[in-house]
Design a protein around this ligand. Structure first.
Ligand code: ADE
Length: 298
């Protein structure tokens, strides 16, 4: 007979001791919070972005945060990776190889890097559309493929792809909504293709999360956006990065060992509450059919 180890809750300190994670876009915003949480649980979190210098500085600051949060009781640390644009196949290959060469393992991958800009579809160029799809969708694919072929195919692993609420499309972000929905459907495929290697792959779909770096991206539009978006949230507030990272570490951990291919929304219920980022204008062109009284349209 085999003796089973006594059951232990997954929620415990140093859960990730000895584990290695790679978090793209890990120096700021949601990615920063994910990497810090992994390190606070004892794991090594390699963070990567296009700007290697910024990444190094971020890692230093983040390691201080980990020490403070855990009273120096964590085995975890944050390590800056080489510069990597996830759009570039060679750079992605190089980033994954760096992690494996340095740590001889890659247990967890978090595809958090990405981005978009607000633009109505009629004003969006083919180049702009392609750039957003390239970064978010192709970039995530390349990272998944390299993590799988270079390590996880032979050793198992857990991947979390960070997407964006897109249940009702995303007015003003047709490129990003299409890319994020693409990531989610690609995840559904990969969870089946890779289960034989004990690789789980899931998505976390945040609603609107407040991060300084995120809102800086949108400039003056960011403030206007906050003014109209907060009261329109079912929860009357935005989410915090920590509310996303706790979901991510659960999906990375053995606590979710029978969960693969899922899309976990962390959005305060906003997926069920239509909220256009851009105004949908009134129009004299909207036809009225049948017997619906005109006043029912107003
Ligand atoms: N964030 C936005 N675009 C990116 C890219 N091409 N590579 C990595 N992180 C990004």
């Amino acid at each position: 007979t085999t003796t089973q180890k006594p059951w232990q809750s997954v929620f415990r300190p140093n859960l990730f001791t000895g584990k290695v994670a790679l978090v793209s876009g890990g120096g700021t915003g949601i990615g920063r919070s994910i990497a810090i949480e992994i390190a606070c649980l004892g794991g090594t979190a390699v963070i990567a972005s296009r700007d290697e210098e910024k990444c190094k500085l971020a890692a230093e600051e983040m390691n201080k945060q980990v020490s403070i949060t855990t009273n120096n009781n964590s085995t975890g640390k944050i390590i800056p990776g080489p510069s990597c644009s996830i759009r570039d196949e060679d750079q992605v290959e190089n980033l994954i190889a760096f992690v494996i060469e340095k740590f001889h393992r890659l247990d967890y991958l978090v595809n958090n890097a990405g981005g978009q800009f607000v633009c109505s579809a009629e004003d969006l160029s083919g180049k702009g559309f392609a750039a957003v799809v390239d970064t978010n969708l192709k970039g995530t694919f390349l990272m998944c493929r390299e993590a799988y072929t270079q390590y996880m195919r032979d050793h198992g692993g857990s991947i979390v792809n960070i997407t964006l609420g897109n249940r009702n499309g995303l007015v003003g972000m047709s490129h990003s909504a299409a890319a994020r929905a693409g990531i989610e459907n690609m995840t559904a495929t990969l969870c089946n293709e890779w289960i034989e290697s004990d690789v789980r792959i899931n998505c976390v779909r945040p609603g609107i999360i407040f991060t300084e770096s995120g809102f800086k991206n949108y400039g003056a539009m960011g403030d206007e956006f906050l003014g109209r978006v907060i009261p329109a949230q079912p929860a009357k507030r935005l989410g915090s990065p920590e509310e996303v990272s706790s979901a991510v570490v659960w999906l990375l951990s053995e606590g979710s060992s029978y969960v693969t291919g899922c899309i976990l929304a962390v959005d305060g219920g906003s997926a069920y509450h239509f909220l256009p980022l851009l105004d949908i204008p009134d129009s004299p062109h909207l036809p009225v059919y049948g017997t619906l009284p005109r006043k029912a349209m107003l």
